[in-house]
Design a protein around this ligand. Structure first.
Ligand code: XMP
Length: 327
């Protein structure tokens, strides 16, 4: 039987009971597969890797070694949240790598979006491989948050080929406990495992993170302004209830300044661009109609609280002709 094919008899996991049955089954399978060996996992804090981490902690506890690489392009509070939930909450064996300087130094003066993506992706694999190599004598397995759409989209190519691929000298057995699940099922399983809603219901976040929202060549001051403005947007979306139904929402900050005025003085600043879209498959997207009062509150807060930003714009462009991200 092809283990990468979801059996037709497999029921859709829609309830906590079904999720618990799935979890029990996977816990037993993982224990059988790995025995007393150690398993390595790159834990980004996204839904899939978080659910795999929680599942494996339940199955094998400290035999799981999680590596969280902070590329310095996370949203505000995200790495802290990973540490809080997994290290403090679930007592995970977690290695935290703060690689902010390495990533940002590599990205100095790099304005082309695809080059930025490539640098971020390559650096990520390089750093993770470095950690893996340090542990290679001790670790036999690599866990991955592959899910069923990854397998379908790669048309039968083994899922780990898409996930950045480790160098040839590192050989690990693969542990992929959620590879037959659809995204909605992953969320049900995550909830049943007790993961917090901000992790399980997290909106999609691109691998290169804020790197593709700090438009053009990234600078630390503009990245900081973007992160703070984005945190305000998320807070106000939570308060107004928009976060529960808008598919993806974020701030982009372009590499340009305009003249403004603050405290009676000329104040040159960047604009913060609000993007809030709805979609089912990310191939096309429509614009969320944000109420004016919410837009006003967001504008007032960002311009008052975020150093370097003097205007707030609202992007009304659907996809097409815009893409969801600006880069
Ligand atoms: P676009 O901008 O192409 O985005 O309309 C569609 C969806 O893909 C996400 N996205 C990415 N995800 N790495 C990712 O993991 C990337 O480089 C990347 N670029 C865009 C985007 O956030 C949206 O959900």
């Amino acid at each position: 039987m092809d283990s990468n094919k979801r059996p037709e008899s497999m029921a859709r996991i829609t309830t906590t009971e079904l999720a618990n049955a799935f979890i029990d089954e996977q816990v037993a399978l993982v224990r059988e597969q790995v025995g007393d060996k150690k398993v390595l996992l790159a834990l980004s804090g996204g839904v899939d890797s978080s659910v795999v981490a929680a599942l494996l902690i339940k199955a094998i506890g400290k035999q799981l070694v999680c590596v969280h690489v902070n590329h310095g392009l996370m949203r505000k509070g995200e790495s802290e949240n990973v540490i809080e939930v997994f290290q403090n909450g679930l007592d995970a064996n977690l290695i935290y790598v703060d690689a902010t300087d390495r990533f940002l130094d590599k990205l100095v003066d790099v304005a082309d979006p695809e080059t930025k993506r490539k640098i971020i992706g390559n650096e990520f694999v390089y750093l993770f491989a470095e950690e893996a190599r340090k542990l290679a004598d001790d670790v036999d397995f690599l866990a991955q948050g592959t899910i069923y759409p990854d397998i379908i989209e790669s048309k039968g190519v083994k899922a780990h080929h898409n996930v950045g691929g480790l160098p040839e000298d590192l050989h690990f057995g693969l542990v992929e406990p959620i590879k037959l699940l659809y995204k909605d099922e992953v969320r049900v399983v995550g909830r049943a495992l007790g993961l917090p809603s901000e992790m399980v219901d997290r909106q999609p976040f691109p691998g290169p993170g804020l790197g593709v929202r700090c438009l053009g060549a990234i600078t630390r001051d503009r990245l900081h302004a973007l992160r703070e403005a984005d945190a305000i947007l998320r807070e106000e979306f939570d308060k107004s209830g928009l976060s529960s139904h808008v598919w993806q929402y974020f701030i982009a900050v372009p590499d340009m300044k305009s003249v403004g005025v603050r405290d009676g003085k000329r104040y040159e600043g960047w604009p913060a661009i609000i993007r809030a879209v709805n979609t089912t498959d990310a191939m096309t997207a429509t614009i969320e109609e944000i109420p004016y009062t919410v837009l006003n509150t967001i504008t007032a807060r960002i311009t008052a609280e975020v150093e370097g930003i003097n205007r707030v714009l609202y992007d009304l462009t659907p996809k097409p002709t815009g893409t969801i991200e600006w880069e």
